[in-house]
Design a protein around this ligand. Structure first.
Ligand code: HAM
Length: 442
């Protein structure tokens, strides 16, 4: 009997054919290079975890867990799930391997497939792929700035021109509960104008209504109170400093007071990066992330602040494939794939960037980015505030040149360059540093 069955890949899951591989390679290489520059180390966690890692971590009432998670019961009676995202699994690994004993922050990156049983539509898959960064064990707003900068760098390096960063702060356990009450009473007064999902969200988490794409809900949302008016002092200060970093880095951001994100673990900063089309409309987020200071404790670890982001590789590849300027180059690569580089020497940092004070930290992040663009590796320890600790770190790494940006330097736009072998220090105007260091490293 001849079979008429025609097998196809499952809905929302797709093959990555040889013709598309150069695009994927381009994205992966860009991610790896930015991650390496910012001293993030590779981590890989299993594709399957105990379901509770996500129900607890991402939140039982979120769409990702409630509607979209692939969950199974094993023959042994365990409930396991295909990972719908990376963060909770990485937090689990951080706790399990006692990574709080390592120098903090622990900065890790990964890429791989994830699974969400979403309604298929353009740019929305059931097997999706992300690149992901997490920095665990540091509460400094400079880290939020660094993560945003890294994601922006990747998109910029891939040739995206029309991208903006939407940012918001969603507060923490001190200020958010009160805001939720105010928000709930506002939405209760407009309950009949909300979609049925949001009427239910009103009970579970009114913040999620701000995320709803339904037109009716969008209209109600337009008059809703804004969390930025209700942040506690700590969250307000943190957010102000994050924005100061973004200003210093000259990143194109807009405040979106209604950005809440669909995962429960976020605290303080949340952000998304979107590409605007010619009509000014967005095609969905390419990157999403934020701070999650409560997640590790929630999963049974110590109180550990953390921050991270993930980018949708499928969406990014889809957009790259529409670009005329890449078509020839990519087609060539299909026929003649690049050989794996043999013994490619990893470039070791010969410069350490040390900073002292808030303004200096901001200027240092900018300088760090200039060095990255010039492809000169630089080591840093932005999360450390003491100059002595930073000089010690440089010494331990055997680095000869230390660039010091202190308060005076930051105010007067110069740096002090210390030669660690001779102890000699000289001053260099900030705008000349990269060129001068190029000469010294020749
Ligand atoms: P997310 O916003 O759920 O965040 O996903 C990040 C990115 O993955 C989105 O901006 C989008 O580009 C892509 N993405 C999400 N769902 C799909 C889908 N069904 N099909 C194709 N692409 C999709 C997270 O996953 C957080 N874990 C990010 C994070 C890391 N926050 C802190 N650390």
């Amino acid at each position: 009997m001849s079979s008429k069955v025609k097998f196809q890949s499952l809905t929302g899951m797709h093959d990555i054919l040889p013709a598309d591989q150069p695009y994927w390679r381009k994205v992966s290489r860009t991610v790896e290079s930015v991650a390496g520059y910012y001293s993030f180390q590779r981590i890989d966690t299993p594709i399957v975890e105990q379901a509770e890692v996500f129900t607890k971590g991402v939140g039982q009432a979120t769409d990702i867990v409630e509607k979209e998670m692939y969950m199974f019961r094993t023959k042994g009676g365990d409930t396991i799930a295909l990972r719908p995202e990376f963060t909770a699994g990485i937090a689990r690994a951080y706790i399990e391997h006692g990574m709080y004993n390592l120098p903090q922050p622990v900065k890790v990156w990964t890429t791989g497939p994830l699974f969400r049983h979403e309604r298929p539509q353009a740019g929305r898959y059931r097997q999706l792929h992300q690149f992901n960064f997490e920095a665990l064990g540091d509460k400094s707003p400079s880290l939020d700035g660094q993560i945003i900068q890294m994601c922006y760098d990747i998109l910029k390096e891939l040739g995206f021109k029309n991208i903006t960063i939407e940012v918001n702060s969603i507060g923490d356990s001190e200020c958010r509960p009160y805001f939720k009450k105010i928000l709930a009473s506002y939405f209760k007064a407009h309950k009949s104008s909300l979609c049925s999902d949001c009427q239910r969200r009103l009970k579970e988490n009114p913040l999620r209504i701000l995320d709803c794409k339904d037109e009716k809900c969008q209209r109600v949302k337009a008059g809703a109170p804004q969390i930025l008016d209700h942040l506690c002092d700590n969250c307000r200060k943190h957010f102000k400093e994050v924005l100061e970093f973004l200003d210093e880095l000259q990143l194109p951001y807009t405040l979106n007071p209604y950005l809440v994100r669909g995962l429960d673990y976020y605290t303080k900063t949340v952000f998304e990066i979107v590409e605007k089309t010619d009509e000014g409309t967005s095609q969905g987020s390419l990157v999403g992330g934020g701070r999650y200071d409560g997640l590790i404790k929630l999963l049974g670890g110590r109180d550990t602040p953390a921050c991270g982001a993930a980018g949708g590789m499928d969406r990014i590849v889809n957009l790259l494939k529409t670009r005329e300027d890449l078509k020839k180059e990519m087609a060539k690569e299909v026929k003649n794939p690049p050989k794996v580089a043999k013994n490619e020497k990893e470039q070791k940092a010969e410069i350490f960037l040390a900073q002292l004070g808030q303004l200096a930290k901001r200027k240092s992040l900018k300088l760090f980015e200039e060095f990255r663009e010039a492809k000169i590796p630089v080591a840093e320890s932005f999360s450390k505030d003491s100059l002595r600790t930073q000089l010690k770190a440089a010494d331990k790494m055997g680095i000869r040149w230390v660039i010091i940006v202190g308060q005076k330097e930051a105010l007067e736009d110069f740096i002090t360059l210390r030669d660690m072998t001779s102890g000699v220090q000289i001053e260099i105007p900030m705008h000349k540093v990269v060129d001068e260091m190029k000469q010294k490293l020749k």
